[in-house]
Ligand binder design. Structure first.
Ligand code: GSH
Length: 207
């Protein structure tokens, strides 16, 4: 299986961490976003939305969207379970993952597209008020997470799941690329981040 990837792009990284947790080897194919390869007609045949990651199976069929790819991988490599073992857990993990995607990733995404790095590319009309509002919303969400980690060791309860991968990659990207590193006063959130960062599935990507 091939994974269309770009170094340090956060969404492909979600899939790489998920696969590493399960010991799945994926052949990484660089889709050079700087050259616009993700918008080429050849790539759009693999994924009409022109985004990475895309998983290409050995028979040429493709799956886009990080969570959809993870669902496929979990179906063929069920262990260790990362998406829920019981019907309730499946629903709960899905809900927690969606909270991270729609409430955290969304704000970081708005701050990113209206921030200085994307501004330099000159391809998106900048809305400074949108960035300011999303910076506040992201920081409020960090505070909420800090309280949640006082109750639970992981995003969806007492074990590591896809929701932790989504949050980890969000904070890593926000810290490095959007100037939205969590304050050091958020002790529980930072402790969770450091413990997840040291997992072999994630640490290996930094090498
Ligand atoms: N919801 C998608 C988001 C994918 C996404 O936004 N990928 C980024 C790279 S991390 C991308 O391809 N951006 C290019 C674009 O939006 O045109 C997923 O989870 O896979």
């Amino acid at each position: 299986m091939k994974l269309y990837d770009f170094p340090n792009a956060p969404n492909p990284k979600r899939v790489k961490i998920f696969a590493n947790e399960k010991g799945i080897e994926l052949e990484l194919v660089t889709c050079d976003m700087r050259k616009g390869e993700h918008k080429s007609s050849e790539f759009l045949k693999k994924s009409p939305s022109g985004k990475i990651p895309v998983l290409e199976l050995d028979d040429g069929r493709c799956i886009s969207e990080s969570v959809a790819i993870c669902r496929y991988l979990e179906a063929i490599f069920p262990e260790p379970n990362l998406l829920g073992a019981s019907p309730f857990e499946m629903g709960h993990i899905e809900a927690r993952n969606r909270h991270i995607e729609f409430e955290m990733w969304r704000e970081i995404g708005i701050s990113w597209v209206n921030g200085p790095i994307v501004a330099q590319l000159g391809i998106v009309k900048q809305i400074p008020e949108a960035k300011a509002a999303s910076d506040v919303a992201a920081r409020n969400y960090y505070e909420r997470l800090d309280l949640e980690f006082a109750q639970n060791a992981y995003v969806a309860g007492d074990r590591f799941t896809i929701a932790d991968i989504s949050l980890y990659t969000a904070i890593e990207f926000a810290s490095a690329m959007v100037d939205l590193k969590p304050e050091s006063s958020l002790k529980k959130l930072n402790a969770w981040y450091e413990s997840v960062r040291s997992r072999p599935s994630i640490a290996v990507l930094a090498q």
